[in-house]
Design a protein around this ligand. Structure first.
Ligand SMILES: Nc1nc2c(c(=O)[nH]1)N[C@H]1C(S)=C(S)[C@@H](COP(=O)(O)OP(=O)(O)OC[C@H]3O[C@@H](n4cnc5c(N)ncnc54)[C@H](O)[C@@H]3O)O[C@H]1N2
Ligand code: MOO
Length: 514
């Protein structure tokens, strides 16, 4: 039996640091900057007006002053003429200040005249002028490597003129649910069947963690169908499966992967006891697994398998354009909005992975562009960029980066799958993407109800905490099928190994989910 924290480390080691790429700003939200960014221009780049009004020499103004209006300066004008003494120039917010002007009088304090202007009152030199470099001086570092790129930081990068940034690219994650009982939501439900929900939940969780999710059509409890479904995705950074890992007679994931490099274990955690992870060994040649016995799919359940094998990611939920192009076994090359990034990634090659950590962007950029030439090779055919990346990721150093497709096989119960992702997979993806902080915030609060927990496992109960995180109300029971109460919760109540009873009013540890 693994402890939850040891198992978490085991999963983290499966996903090595992701390669550094140059990505358009629009694709960078939530990603981690891989090199310092130096401003190429000052902000503001030139002295300019903070108000719509009149540029003047402060010394020219008395209580009431009438000045000729010598020129008109809208924002964007590039041929501004010097301000002669005893004159004013009409100026708009953001327009360059004419040489010789040392103040701006806002239009509300004037008569708004076009030929001459009457200005009321005096003005301090420097009034309503935004000086060049007041915000950023060209040549200084504006964003440090390791910064998580939120909206303000992306805006700043654009403001200093950068169209792309060096980032660790998003992890490409393939999600596959298993279970003969599954039915796609939106279709009629036959007796004995349930709607498939894990792939929707897990793909959304991958995206929330900054990853690209490709959702495969789920497969029944059929080993050849399962292997056929995953075989084209050997270049993904991670495969997440759900279901088929416990002790029953039809444990498809366990049956398919036990002899192919995946270890199935029990973790001292509830929900989320049965787990598996490892690297799937694919056959050396590119013909795929030996599907001996994988006869033509027949019967209602096999139709699902056939569809999966045949169309792969052509299921409705294809992740982003980039993810889809990268992971599709039939992609003719990167298309869509991220094409540029994909091409650069293809050129990056294994050598560049993780290379730009401490370099400034200018240097990092050069480093990223020279590697070239590495993108040919056995697995790098159609989706060349993606194949090169898979290799780059696998060769990038830290972690269990040996060959094969990294896989985490989650238990099928919906809350088990969700909590396993939350506690094991999410930190691994964030770490690989370069995040320094991979843990959710934690807090302590008083539980409003008594709780019981098995002594040999850490139990995660679902709860709702109040605004001040003073009290937590347990929501629903401990069962791993209780999806509605999980959806209602905003935290996990962690009851550690050794704790069997908690009284109402006792303090408990919380993992805050929102
Ligand atoms: N004899 C034992 N039985 C079970 C054990 C055990 O130790 N001995 N462990 C239990 C625990 S704990 C869990 S968790 C589950 C894990 O089972 P599997 O990973 O094999 O998952 P399945 O049996 O395929 O499914 C479990 C449950 O979840 C539903 N499910 C599965 N996939 C989906 C999906 N994509 N969307 C919605 N719901 C899904 C499935 O219908 C089952 O109800 O094993 C216990 N059994
Ligand atoms: O360990 Mo299972 O994940 O409780 O239901």
């Amino acid at each position: 039996m693994w402890s939850a924290s040891d198992y978490r480390d085991r999963v983290a080691a499966l996903v090595p640091p992701l390669p550094v790429v140059s990505a358009p700003l629009a694709d960078c939200l939530g990603l981690v900057l891989a090199a310092d960014v130096v401003a190429g221009v000052s902000l503001p780049p030139f002295d300019n007006s903070a108000m719509d009004g009149y540029a003047v020499r402060a010394a020219d103004l008395g209580e009431t002053t009438v000045l000729p209006v010598a020129d008109d300066i809208p924002a964007g004008r590039t041929d501004v003429r010097p301000l002669e003494p005893g004159t004013a120039q009409r100026i708009m917010t953001g327009a360059p200040l004419p040489p010789g002007a040392d103040a701006v009088v806002q239009v509300e304090l004037t008569d708004g005249g076009m030929d001459t202007v009457t200005l009321r009152g005096r003005v301090e030199p420097g009034k309503h002028i935004r000086r060049a470099g007041e915000d950023v001086v060209a040549g200084t570092v504006v964003l440090r490597a390791g910064t998580v790129l939120g909206s303000a930081r992306l805006g700043l990068a654009a403001a200093v003129g950068l169209g792309e940034l060096p980032v660790r690219r998003r992890p490409r994650v393939v999600v596959l649910s298993t279970g003969t009982e599954l039915t796609p939501p939106g279709e009629p439900l036959a007796p004995g069947r349930i709607y498939e929900s894990n792939s929707v939940l897990l793909a959304a969780a991958v995206r929330e963690a900054g990853g690209e999710a490709t959702v495969l059509r789920f497969v029944p409890d059929d080993v050849p169908a399962f292997l056929s479904a995953i075989e084209p995705y050997r270049d993904a950074d991670l495969l997440i499966t759900s279901g088929g890992v416990s002790a029953g007679a039809y444990e498809v994931v366990k049956d398919a992967l036990s002899d192919r490099g995946v270890e199935f274990v029990r973790v001292a955690m509830q929900p989320g006891g049965p787990q598996g992870c490892g690297r799937i060994r694919f056959p050396a040649d590119s013909t795929g697994f030996d599907h001996t016995g994988a006869a033509e799919p027949t019967g209602p359940d096999r139709a699902t398998a056939a569809e999966s094998a045949a169309v792969g990611p052509a299921a409705p939920d294809r992740g982003t354009a980039a993810g889809s192009a990268a992971l599709s076994p039939t992609a003719a090359g990167p298309t869509g909005p991220n094409r540029g990034a994909e091409v650069r990634q293809a050129l990056e090659g294994p050598a560049a992975a993780g290379s730009a950590d401490s370099d400034h962007w200018a240097a990092g950029s050069a480093a990223l562009n020279h590697a070239g030439a590495e993108s040919a090779g056995p697995d790098r055919g159609a989706a060349g960029g993606a194949a090169a990346l898979g290799s780059a990721a696998a060769g990038s150093g830290a972690g269990d980066s040996g060959g094969g497709l990294a896989v985490v096989t989650l238990p099928g119960n919906p809350v088990s799958a969700a909590l396993s992702f939350e506690l094991f997979v999410r930190p691994a993806l964030l770490r690989a993407a370069g995040h320094a902080v991979v843990d959710r915030p934690r807090a302590r609060a008083r539980t409003t109800e008594a709780l019981r927990s098995p002594s040999d496992k850490v139990q995660y109960r679902r709860g709702r905490h109040d605004a001040g995180v003073v009290e937590v109300v347990p929501v629903g029971g401990p069962g791993s099928h209780l999806l509605a109460s999980f959806a209602e919760s905003n935290c996990l109540i962690e009851l550690p190994v050794g704790v069997t009873e908690i009284a109402a009013g006792d303090e408990v540890d919380l993992v805050l989910l929102d």
